[in-house]
Design a protein around this ligand. Structure first.
Ligand code: URA
Length: 184
């Protein structure tokens, strides 16, 4: 397992896949590295690639509003993605891109040791829970892996396309808040 310093250096020098050649910035994560809750998205978009931080574009603003509405404090969470470089035109990362990048995410999880992981959308849920899942079928249901509670839910960007998902995402994140009160 790498330390944070080693992990950041490894990510910054990473050229394991083609995405490395295209990036402006590597997007490792943001938030409290000792947080009890970790949110995992898919991969950086345009704004994230420009700033080097996850969830700072439109989807990130929606997530921030949601977390604020549910009284999450900044120290409660850390946010990262399955892949750390922006896929062109925000396409879904390929299986080999995701598999190449996953050791970095696993290393982040091992360093943070969150009590709760929230998978934002299908890509995160597939690589964290199981490749067989369908997000519409498993969202909102707790999974437990090695003492860590995992909540799969919709990606905030999905709300920008389909507002009916808003109620469900809100409900799932509210359940995360309840779980925090229960276990922390
Ligand atoms: N969507 C993601 O999945 N991650 C980001 O960092 C931004 C948008």
């Amino acid at each position: 397992m790498l330390t944070w310093e080693q992990l950041i250096l490894a990510c910054e020098g990473c050229q394991l896949c083609e995405l490395g050649k295209l990036r402006n910035n590597i997007v490792i994560g943001r938030g409290n590295i000792k947080a009890p809750v970790m949110f995992i998205g898919e991969g950086p978009g345009e704004q994230e690639d420009l700033k080097g931080e996850p969830f700072v574009g439109a989807a990130g603003q929606l997530l921030d509003v949601l977390l604020e509405a549910l009284a999450f404090k900044p120290e409660d969470y850390y946010i990262a993605n399955v892949v750390k470089c922006r896929p062109p035109n925000n396409r879904v990362p390929t299986d080999s891109e995701a598999e190449n990048c996953l050791p970095y995410l696993r290393n982040q999880v091992a360093l943070i040791r969150p009590k709760i992981i929230v998978c934002l959308g299908s890509t995160a849920a597939r690589y964290v829970i199981s490749k067989e899942i369908k997000i519409t079928q498993i969202r909102g249901q707790w999974h437990e892996q090695k003492g860590c509670w995992i909540m799969p839910t919709f990606h905030p960007a999905a709300l920008l396309r389909d507002s009916t998902k808003k109620v469900l995402l809100f409900k799932d994140i509210k359940n995360v808040k309840l779980k925090m009160a229960e276990i922390l």
